[in-house]
Design a binder for this molecule. Structure first.
Ligand code: GCV
Length: 651
């Protein structure tokens, strides 16, 4: 039996439970019209009926007086007693989310009874940042770190104007719970800078296309805009002329896009301009932009990804991991009201394993966004299956002080993994990352395994249990599998420089980027202890600072992030570091072989195009995993001279 999968999302079959009912939609407004249109379409397809009055099986109702304080703009209450299922919202966005909730529940929405339950997102801003270039960049192409084809918004210097696809995209995002997109790369090049001014109409067209699904548009802007776009002789954030320029720019943007979301800024980072160039702080820099957006309620997301990318590798005193904390912790309380400091979830750069960034616990008086990377730059570039749900969930549940990261955050952002690929994400199974980001951003303490179940059920409606089992088997453990054959024990960055795909153990070892592993004949890892190393471990509150300080208490999976240890160091697992390196490389490859076998066995249950695409990527994943295994194992055998205890073939 072949299960057809509609790459346009959501596959029509998921609407069946709702579509064969009598459904009433009450209220008015553009998003209510979207809900009504969805319901009408589903009922038309599956034989149900859109009705005005009782009897009905489902009532979707917008009522301004329906506990607005409790529900907020995006929340809704869902209940079912002896009568119909009811979804009540006090804001239009809430009704839309309520609709997708019912879709997710499927038949369960129409059986049994349950008490009124309120669902509302943990944070108001759940945004996907597209690193899309308008003009094709000579090195990075149309999409920086994009692995899903071209941009949905831009092609070779122009807006694509494919409003149908954009609308479908917004629908997909709403189904995941995502409510904002940034339509250009944080590395803002010359052409893209103009989206803020004379090319804003193109952004307005995108905003019009996604608005019916409650998605708002943001822009990445260059800190040097006043100079680059208006010829001012300074971008000093405290200069009156500069502040006026930003205020006028914001006014024009809001005239074109009344619900514009705000700016994201990468400043003083990897060569981008910023306030340091004018002797100002990042709080000053963000303040100028926040003041411009304040009259309209827009948000400045200011990235904390600031470090010295021109480091001398000989200099052992500079530690890139420390940089964001050193720069930003002293600024706590100095950011203007609506500024959100956007912090990568780990201290370095989206490696497969990093500790949680201590910045997230260091600015109690600052609004924070946690930034994840759905695009799989360092996790297999959407040629490898690597479902990141468990990693993100670990971050969100991690407690810094009294609160979890999920509680501390005021917003969640992810670098988008979507492009114009027919499957949206290049690797069809990478859709699970998109969905999981949206659901965890809505509810950070959600069980990722349950989210994966939802994704499976929504993507393969009515899938036979064998297919669901197979998908679970290939996805659930895929992050740990990837970690096994790539980076041992938190060491990171053993990738090919530049494009970051595939192994190169010393690729960054003598580079200016600050990402070293210091492997020598005796041992490997970075000493970040306070006692003898860079002091990074001391940026954490207790108990973490104490735990990370000593190799005896540091968790195995982060040992080489925090310590330089001899190859013979015995892990908590009882294995030596060198044996762990060998064993995990072999295990990782075996797990990919097994996943490929499981996938091959699902051929009769999956749409042939899907199946073929995933199979082809498994071939590449396996080839690459073997390359990782062989390069890593050979490297460490040659460095250490310690043979594999099990005598396996190492080159
Ligand atoms: C958009 C990493 C990536 C860059 C990216 C940068 C960032 O360094 O390799 O492509 O630039 O992160 O997050 O700004």
């Amino acid at each position: 039996m072949a299960t057809a999968v509609d790459p346009a999302w959501l596959p029509p079959q998921v609407w069946r439970p709702l579509g064969r009912r009598r459904v009433a939609v009450r209220g008015s407004g553009p998003l209510v019209e979207t809900v009504r249109a969805e319901v009408t379409d589903a009922c038309g397809r599956f034989g149900g009926e859109v009705v005005r009055e009782e009897p009905y099986d489902l009532l979707l109702e917008l009522r301004a007086d329906a506990a607005p304080d409790e529900l907020g703009d995006e929340g809704f209450a869902c209940a079912r007693d002896d009568g119909p299922t009811t979804v009540t919202a006090s804001g239009q966005h809430g009704l839309l989310h309520g609709l997708f909730h019912v879709v997710r529940l499927g038949e369960r929405a129409f059986s049994g009874r349950w008490e009124r339950r309120v669902h509302r997102p943990a944070v108001a801003l759940r945004v996907l940042d597209h690193w899309d270039n308008v003009a094709v960049h000579p090195v990075m192409g149309q999409v920086e770190r994009g692995y899903a084809g071209g941009s949905l918004f831009w092609r070779e210097g122009s807006a694509r104007g494919d409003t149908g696809r954009l609308r479908a995209y917004a629908r997909l995002l709403a189904a995941c719970g995502i409510n904002a997109i940034t339509v250009n790369n944080v590395n803002v090049h010359t052409v893209e800078a103009r989206l803020l001014t004379d090319r804003v109409a193109e952004v307005a067209e995108i905003a019009d296309a996604v608005r019916p699904y409650g998605v708002r548009v943001h822009l990445a802007v260059s800190f040097a805009s006043p100079v680059v776009l208006a010829g001012l002789d300074t971008a000093d954030p405290l200069d009156e002329g500069v502040r006026r320029w930003w205020a006028e720019a914001a006014e024009r943007v809001y005239a074109a896009i009344p619900d514009f979301g705000g700016f994201v800024v990468k400043a003083d980072s990897e060569g981008r301009p910023g306030p340091f160039g004018y002797g100002r702080s990042h709080a000053d820099g963000a303040g100028a932009l926040a003041a411009a957006l304040a009259p309209y309620g827009g948000t400045v997301r200011w990235r904390a990804f600031v470090y010295d990318h021109r480091q001398d590798w000989r200099d052992r005193s500079t530690d890139r991991a420390r940089a964001a904390y050193d720069h930003f912790a002293p600024l706590d309380g100095r950011f203007a009201g609506d500024t959100v400091l956007q912090v990568k979830h780990g201290p370095v750069d989206f490696q497969v394993r990093e500790p949680v960034s201590p910045v997230l616990g260091a600015l109690p008086r600052t609004r924070l966004a946690v930034e994840f990377q759905a695009t799989q730059e360092y996790t297999g570039q959407q040629r490898h299956v690597c479902w990141l749900g468990p990693m993100w969930s670990e971050v969100l549940r991690f407690r810094l002080g009294d609160e979890s990261v999920g509680d501390l955050a005021d917003a969640f952002a992810a670098v988008s993994n979507v492009g114009d690929d027919p499957h949206w994400t290049g690797h069809p199974l990478a859709q699970a990352n998109l969905y999981t980001f949206g659901r965890l951003a809505w509810q950070p303490d959600a069980d990722p395994a349950a989210v994966l179940e939802e994704w499976i059920a929504l993507t393969f409606p009515a899938a036979p249990e064998r297919l669901a089992d197979g998908l679970r088997a290939v996805l659930a453990g895929s992050w740990r599998t990837y970690e096994k054959y790539t980076a041992p024990l938190g060491v990171g960055f053993m990738v090919q420089p530049g494009h970051h795909y595939g192994p190169s153990v010393d690729g960054y070892e003598y580079s200016p980027w600050g990402t070293y592993h210091f492997a020598d004949r005796d041992g490997v890892g970075v000493d970040r202890s306070v006692a003898t190393g860079t002091g990074y471990a001391g940026q954490y509150p207790k108990p973490w600072s104490r735990l990370y300080e000593s190799p005896r208490t540091c968790p195995d999976e982060l040992l080489l992030f925090f310590h330089h240890v001899p190859y013979g160091h015995v892990l908590h697992s009882g294995k030596t570091v060198i044996q762990h390196i060998y064993d995990t490389r072999f295990e990782g490859v075996e797990e990919v072989e097994e996943a490929r076998r499981v996938w091959a066995g699902l051929a009769d249950l999956v749409d042939p195009a899907w199946h073929a695409r995933v199979s082809e990527r498994y071939e590449e994943q396996l080839r690459s995993a073997r390359e990782w295994r062989d390069q890593l194992n050979s490297y460490f055998l040659r460095k250490s001279g310690v043979p594999d205890a099990r005598g396996r073939r190492i080159h």
